[in-house]
Ligand binder design. Structure first.
Ligand code: MOS
Length: 749
């Protein structure tokens, strides 16, 4: 479809794309999430957490709790069985250290942060476990602690991994700090507070030991094989003896990419009690137990010639980590490749605080980095008196300037044009505070760019074809919301040339062929390629079987075509339905397994997805309330497999970006090191009334190199650049630059 045709198509209100195969199950409540498996003799675990931010557990009185009705056990570091995989040398009291390691639940008395699990109560009902948890008395020896980012920023340092590699980790292309000598320059600092993933579904696990060395976990995870490996390692059992089930995941955004202490705790307790144990952490615990987007400070320096050619970009960032583990992400990386610029230097440090360990949150570091960079680009555009799009076009990176490689595909210019036209960008008056609605609201337009690596790794898929012409594909991937099974069925339908309703796709079980975690916008590319490969392989097998002994002389496999579930040879001597091939050979089924991974193309091209977000905001001149009125997001994510599910991704990412820009902030009270808004009443996320209709548009052109489908990822780029678009629109509306998120009314009045 041309852009024009597509525009008409979308304006018609219809979105092409197969309905989600599991949509009905989800909306009717029939889909079973990790905490919903009915398991005989199930018990319920509730975690008791520390009420100090640093120090030691001195004593823990659990007598009342143990005597409370229905209680089976109370575990703490005083009595919990040691996790066999926690290696020796973990007792700080003996001068040993766990530094750099994930939190070892119940392994010693050290408290690193407020909300750290100190005990686990297991009872025969959830209510009894909750009641007993409230009876536990913990005495702490308090130690001094630091949770304030700004007060401690001077203590930020290289991550140890960088130090150990004896490299600086700092990036330099051309000359450092070149922006300072440019004809036109800006320098600005940006702050993004701690943000919490807060998916609707709480983190949960049910652990069931099937034998002394065999466990099944119904786990909320984005990584079946990751959970399997971590549990196997921790409990010193073979990986194949750990079965992980995550049939449905109710949103995650990154917080289920790794295995957290509550998961280890459940497996430990279930083993000790020889009963299934379920732990569903509370909303409050979601703030401290399963990661978050780390608080960050950034400084950007941009320098340009008078006609708007970038001569220097300097990008510095500091983000927080925990006192026991170092988390790093690609916060400054976007400045190295997004725009053409001869002189670029970046610098990244982390700041350990008495908080839990952060993790990737949608877009991850790139979303934080792109907020700073694309706000700074807007500031530079105003200083140059140049349209922000024009500034970006003048600095368009025609090749990847960091890797010095051609892009595998890049339609960013087309994204700018398509989205700008749709929102009416060029009809606006670019002067700040120049546009008003009839009822006096300030109107603002803003834009931001998103980009994220289009990754592809290895995955394996299997297909089983039955003689009745139905197909079942299996792969140990998950679906955290993008509609994985639906897209995979479409890929298989296309590759096999059979109708989608003949194909089932099964995921969410670690016993299926291996896939990496569902993260980093790479599932279509990675798992989709394996699905395609296994379908191609099945066709080949069918072809070989179709060429009977009689035809072997005259027909070669290359002469066969596969269409409408039928194999035919050029000379029409063979014309047979796939299913009849099995019947002819008296086969009940055919089974094929294939692995697929990226190859040499990764050395020749640079693979990225791109997006552009445009927003229109209305700002109340007296109250500073910001309403997002329109959003147009246009993505270059290669070939789109399903416009409906990919469109939903873009809409979800845009909503995440609006939350990031206007609402989200986990506030810590530094006197206690405790979050004060750790609930959905006080931690604000956008609700339906905050969100306008979002126009999600795709360039929809195949990437020729990335994978057989030509699809790049869309999950991260839906969010990356969105917060900048909102902040830039608020500036256009009000003339105020707010560089510390979220942009709450108090910052505008
Ligand atoms: Mo994500 S942060 O790729 O789950």
């Amino acid at each position: 479809m041309s852009l024009m045709e597509k525009q008409n198509f979308f304006n018609g209100g219809a979105v092409e794309g197969m309905d989600r195969v599991d949509g009905r199950l989800k909306v009717t409540g029939a889909a079973r999430y990790s905490a919903e498996f009915p398991i005989p003799k199930l018990t319920y675990g509730v975690l008791v957490t520390s009420t100090v931010a640093s120090g030691n557990v001195q004593s823990l009185d659990s007598k009342k709790a143990e005597r409370a009705p229905g209680v089976l056990a109370v575990f703490s570091h005083f009595n919990a069985p040691q996790i066999p995989g926690y290696s020796e040398g973990s007792n700080p009291a003996k001068g040993q250290t766990t530094k750099g390691q994930p939190l070892r639940v119940f392994s010693d008395d050290t408290i690193y942060f407020y909300g750290q699990p100190v005990a686990l109560v297991v009872a025969d009902t959830l209510e009894r476990a909750q009641f007993a948890a409230g009876l536990i008395q913990v005495q702490y020896q308090k130690a001094s602690f630091q949770t304030g980012f700004n007060e401690n920023i001077s203590h930020a340092d290289f991550p140890a991994q960088v130090k150990n590699r004896n490299s600086t980790g700092d990036y330099l292309r051309g000359e450092a700090e070149a922006y300072k000598n440019a004809a036109v320059k800006i320098e600005a600092e940006y702050v993004i507070p701690t943000e919490v993933h807060n998916p609707m579904e709480l983190q949960s696990i049910t652990a069931v030991w099937e034998a002394a060395d065999k466990v099944t976990i119904y786990d909320k995870t984005q990584s079946l094989k990751g959970s399997q490996g971590t549990i196997a390692q921790a409990f010193k059992i073979p990986a194949e003896n750990v079965q992980v089930v995550a049939t449905y995941v109710g949103g995650a955004f990154g917080n289920a990419l790794r295995t957290w202490p509550h998961e280890i705790a459940a497996v430990m307790a279930a083993q000790k009690l020889n009963r299934p144990v379920k732990i569903v952490i509370s909303r409050e615990q979601m703030f401290t137990m399963v990661g978050y987007r780390p608080y960050s400070w950034q400084k950007i320096g941009l320098g340009a010639t008078a006609d708007g050619k970038l001569v220097g970009i300097s990008h510095e960032a500091i983000s927080q980590t925990s006192a026991y583990e170092e988390f790093t992400e690609g916060i400054v990386n976007v400045s190295r490749f997004l725009y053409a610029c001869p002189n670029v230097n970046t610098r990244y440090r982390i700041l350990p605080l008495n908080v839990s360990t952060p993790t990737w949150m949608r877009g991850p570091g790139e979303a934080s980095g792109a907020f700073a960079l694309d706000c700074a680009m807007d500031e530079l555009a105003y200083q140059l008196n140049l349209d922000p799009i024009e500034l970006r076009l003048r600095n368009h990176a025609d090749i990847d300037p960091e890797k010095n490689l051609p892009w595998s595909s890049k339609y960013l210019k087309e994204c700018y044009q398509e989205a700008a036209d749709r929102i009416g960008w060029f009809k606006r008056n670019p002067k700040p505070r120049s546009m008003k609605t009839e009822d006096g609201m300030l109107i603002g337009y803003g834009m931001g760019t998103g980009s994220f690596s289009a990754g592809r790794s290895a995955a394996t898929a299997s297909i089983q074809m039955l003689a009745d012409g139905t197909y079942t594909i299996q792969c140990a991937t998950t679906d955290i919301g993008p509609g994985t099974a639906t897209a995979m069925i479409q890929i298989a339908s296309d590759a096999l040339q059979v109708p989608a309703d003949k194909i089932k796709f099964q995921l969410g079980n670690s016993s299926f062929p291996k896939a990496p975690s569902q993260g980093g916008s790479s599932t279509i590319s990675t798992v989709g390629s394996a699905v395609n490969a296994v379908c191609v392989s099945l066709k080949q097998k069918l072809g070989e079987l179709a060429i009977g002994q009689g035809e072997a002389e005259s027909v070669k496999p290359g002469d066969l075509t596969f269409e409408n579930g039928q194999i035919s040879s050029k000379d029409q001597s063979i014309k047979i339905a796939y299913a009849d091939v099995l019947k002819k050979h008296n086969l009940p089924l055919l089974d094929v397994t294939e692995e697929s991974k990226s190859g040499e193309e990764r050395k020749k091209y640079s693979f990225y997805s791109f997006s552009v977000h445009f927003v229109e905001v209305h700002v109340h001149p007296a109250t500073g309330e910001v309403k997002v009125k329109r959003v147009v997001s246009c993505a270059d994510a290669g070939k789109i497999i399903n416009h409906k599910t990919a469109g939903s991704q873009v809409i979800g990412g845009a909503i995440g970006g609006i939350g990031m820009a206007l609402m989200e902030e986990a506030v810590i009270d530094n006197r206690f090191g405790r979050y004060v808004n750790n609930n959905f009443a006080d931690y604000h996320v956008p609700v339906h009334a905050d969100i306008p209709a979002i126009d999600a548009v795709f360039i929809d052109k195949k990437d020729p190199y990335i994978n057989p489908m030509g699809s790049k990822g869309v999950g991260e780029i839906s969010l990356i650049g969105m917060a900048a678009a909102v902040a830039n629109a608020v500036f256009h509306a009000t003339g105020k630059r707010v560089r510390d998120l979220p942009i709450t009314p108090d910052k505008l009045i």
